[in-house]
Ligand binder design. Structure first.
Ligand SMILES: NC(=O)c1ccc[n+]([C@@H]2O[C@H](COP(=O)([O-])OP(=O)(O)OC[C@H]3O[C@@H](n4cnc5c(N)ncnc54)[C@H](O)[C@@H]3O)[C@@H](O)[C@H]2O)c1
Length: 280
């Protein structure tokens, strides 16, 4: 019979203790919150990012709780650096259980002003935002996913966006790249399961709207009031509020734990109902 034996310990379904979790962009707004949560749950967190100085704050915060994390300088678009990081992580831990691709986001010139024609956008900026969000997710999957295929276990979580599901004004390149992340998540999930069995999971989270450094100016006026864009977002969010960073933790932990043993290829919205609601 093609079924998995019944789970033996239903009390520890969400356990991530001792799992080795690589988090790209792990000192950004969403990434640091996720890294801190996984470390607090007993995972061995390895943060990958471009600046050791910028990583120090989250490393100190994690160390202050008695939990563990380390940092490796990696630009996610640099395959050589990704491969070196893979070798370092395997030398230390002998396995990689979790990869969370958080590095990404908008690029200034690729965000149109409200009245700016698409045809004025510089294609260099389009290429930058697509490259970061699409290849910046695919390259780590290429390098660390191979380890998981060989091990025959592991969980990859990519970060898609509401922009991948229906059109968000002003961010065409970001939207196209996040749609590619969604599609690639499904593709890789399928390929992994067909070729390597049921131990490697590839899923994505599509966060709704969480106020961070990249979108603050679009959402909050200098006087602290909501922009018109914010008001439109809240009107289309049945829960009528922005997300709190801590509200991503449950979805992340679920997708990288035994609780998701039969879940692959999904894109889980964490959005207060934004993607479910037509607005009417
Ligand atoms: N904030 C939101 O509401 C929201 C909503 C949907 C999706 N997202 C996505 O979540 C992810 C994190 O967003 P955030 O709001 O925390 O942004 P952030 O800017 O705080 O974090 C992004 C991180 O990625 C890193 N990064 C960028 N380019 C990199 C590169 N080439 N190599 C390595 N690291 C690189 C940055 O240094 C930063 O640490 C992004 O993919 C973003 O698109 C955010």
């Amino acid at each position: 019979m093609r079924v998995k034996p019944a789970m033996t310990n239903m009390n520890n379904l969400f356990d991530v203790k001792g799992k080795v979790a690589v988090v790209t962009g792990g000192y950004g707004v969403l990434g640091s919150s996720i890294s801190k949560h996984l470390a607090a749950q007993g995972a061995e967190v390895v943060i990958l990012g471009r600046s050791a100085n910028n990583a120090q704050k989250v490393l100190d915060e994690i160390a202050a709780t008695g939990a563990k994390a380390r940092f490796i300088v990696v630009d996610v678009l640099n395959l050589t650096a990704l491969r070196q990081a893979k070798a370092e992580i395997l030398a230390q831990f002998k396995k990689i259980d979790i990869l969370i691709n958080v590095a990404g986001g908008n690029v200034a010139g690729a965000t149109l002003t409200a009245d700016q024609p698409f045809f004025d956008m510089k294609l260099e900026d389009w290429e930058k935002v697509v490259n970061l969000n699409m290849n910046g997710t695919i390259y780590p999957c290429y390098v660390f996913g191979e380890v998981m295929a060989q091990q025959k276990f592991g969980s990859i979580i990519n970060i898609s966006s509401m922009a991948a599901l229906s059109a968000l004004t002003r961010v065409p390149g970001y939207s196209a790249a996040k749609a590619a992340v969604t599609n690639f998540t499904q593709w890789l999930a399928t390929d992994m399961a067909l070729k390597y069995g049921d131990g490697v999971h590839v899923n994505a989270i599509a966060p709704g709207f969480f106020i961070g450094d990249q979108n603050r100016a679009l959402l909050i006026n200098p006087d602290g009031s909501y922009t018109d864009r914010s008001k439109k977002i809240l009107n289309k969010t049945p829960m009528n509020r922005f997300g709190d960073l801590s509200e991503l933790n449950g979805a992340v932990q679920f997708l990288c734990s035994e609780a998701a043993s039969f879940v692959t290829g999904v894109v889980l919205p964490v959005d207060g109902g934004f993607s479910a609601y037509s607005g009417v």
